[in-house]
Design a protein around this ligand. Structure first.
Ligand code: GDP
Length: 436
């Protein structure tokens, strides 16, 4: 099921990112280990009691050189467009300001549930300062303190109480859900049009398709597909839609709902860090990944150009060594037909289950070939391996002491498993666990 989305809105300096970090907690991701890439802390999954949700810090989305009030206005609009519940954050030390009133005016126009939080209420004596905030018209203000971590529980109770059952369409398991991600102008929407065949948008009889207009379902060769968040790719003309962080946000939401992610790269422009960043999210989320090099028509080629480009891609995207690369042109439609078979393959591998007996043979052969590592005279012992999940394929390896499983040995085992079973297009996960 899709997780509800919570957005934090408010003028600068009320403490939005402090609260965001408090709610999100420490989440470690591989993206942060890739040199040159720092994770934008504007979007993350989070939990409160039994509730899972995603949270956005709209304050982290800067919108060009717009003046201050225009920035806040657009951030509030992003929250209204993207969130199921909005936390409207203010500052108890400064009281109600005119900028707060501006934000309130915009939020009033939305029908989304709004929880009013008054931050920087660091001790109980300050509690009577919150009464002014009733004037904003959003009911009871929740006093919180980001720096002391106070009041967050009550505020999050109010937030999660407002979650409605998600009425999003669930596509069947037989449907391949994929999304196209990449920075603006790489040709995502051109590629969608090419795939769907211009004006003959084939709406198959996949249940619920008419309700959810943001996706494009279609059928080809008796296989059903859904292109996730087609609407998000087709620009609607709002100012903030061209900003980098907003497009990242949209991509993250699409990734979450997809099985297969196509990372679209512009052959003319080459590879930039943002491409890497978004691809890193897809990898982190455990989705199957395909690299699509678009605008191949616009490149001067000889018989080595493709190999050279692929090598460059491989250097840049080392963590995606399993991802196939497809070269095509959405404009001339050349090589377009090569894409769907690769999507089918990646999707199949993403949900592949392997037999335990064969898996254990592969692992034991690997150990015989390359002895397990030792640490302070203690050797890692591998007892048994088993596949515990698909999407992505996940393996638990029972060992004497999980700390003895070094990254390089894990990598070696992963490569052996890949050599034996394929798994092209999908990340796989290995978890070392102590045998009970
Ligand atoms: P999006 O922002 O990623 O959805 O990109 P668009 O699909 O809007 O394409 C951006 C621009 O690139 C448009 O002017 C397209 O005509 C052009 N474009 C898209 N695909 C190709 C292609 O394969 N070759 C060439 N030469 N141009 C393309």
């Amino acid at each position: 099921m899709a997780k509800p989305v919570v957005a934090i809105v408010g003028r600068p300096n009320v403490g939005k990112s402090t609260i965001f970090n408090r709610i999100v907690g420490e989440r470690i991701s591989i993206v942060e280990d890739i040199p040159g890439i720092t994770r934008d802390r504007i979007y993350s999954s989070a939990e409160w009691l039994t509730h899972d949700f995603n949270i956005i810090d709209t304050g982290g989305i800067e919108i060009g050189d717009e003046p201050f009030l225009e920035q806040i206005r657009q951030q509030a609009e992003i929250a209204i467009d993207e969130a199921d519940v909005i936390i409207f954050m203010t500052n108890g030390r400064e009281g109600v300001t005119s900028a707060d009133e501006q934000v309130a005016k915009i939020l009033f126009r939305s029908s989304k549930p709004i929880v009013l939080a008054v931050n920087k209420v660091d001790n109980p004596d300050m509690k009577n300062q919150i009464y002014d905030f009733y004037s904003l018209g959003f009911g009871e203000p929740y006093p919180i303190s980001g720096s002391h971590g106070l009041g967050l529980g009550e505020m999050l109770d109010a937030v999660t109480k407002s979650f409605k059952p998600q009425d999003e369409v669930k596509y069947g398991d037989e449907v391949i859900k994929f999304s196209l991600i990449g920075r603006p102008n790489v040709g995502k929407s051109s590629l969608v049009n090419a795939l769907l065949g211009e004006d003959r948008v084939i709406v198959s009889d996949i249940a619920g398709t008419t309700r959810d207009a943001i996706d494009s379902p279609y059928k080809y060769d008796s296989q059903e597909y859904v292109i996730i968040d087609t609407a998000g790719m087709r620009k609607k003309g709002k100012v903030y839609e061209t900003t980098e962080k907003y497009s990242v946000l949209r991509a993250l939401r699409a990734i979450e709902r997809s099985d297969v992610v196509l990372v679209v790269i512009d052959a003319e422009e080459g590879i930039i860090d943002q491409d890497k960043k978004i691809a890193g999210y897809a990898h982190d989320a455990g989705r199957a990944v395909i690299m699509v090099v678009n605008k191949w028509d616009a490149v001067d080629k000889d018989d080595k150009t493709m190999d050279r480009f692929e090598k460059k891609l491989r250097d840049h995207f080392q963590f995606l060594d399993y991802a196939p690369v497809v070269f095509l042109s959405a404009l001339t439609k050349k090589r377009i037909h090569t894409l769907l078979p690769v999507i089918n393959m990646a999707s199949e591998n993403h949900s592949m289950r392997v037999q335990s007996s064969v898996l254990n043979e592969v692992v034991m052969d690997a150990v015989a070939m390359n002895p397990t590592p030792t640490d302070h005279g203690k050797r890692l012992k591998i007892f048994y391996a088993t596949q515990v999940a698909v999407k992505p394929p996940t393996f638990v390896i029972f060992v004497n002491e999980p700390e003895l499983m070094h990254f390089s040995y894990e990598r070696f085992l992963e490569n052996r498993i890949r050599e034996a079973f394929g798994f092209e297009g999908t990340p796989i996960r290995l978890i070392a666990r102590a045998r009970k």
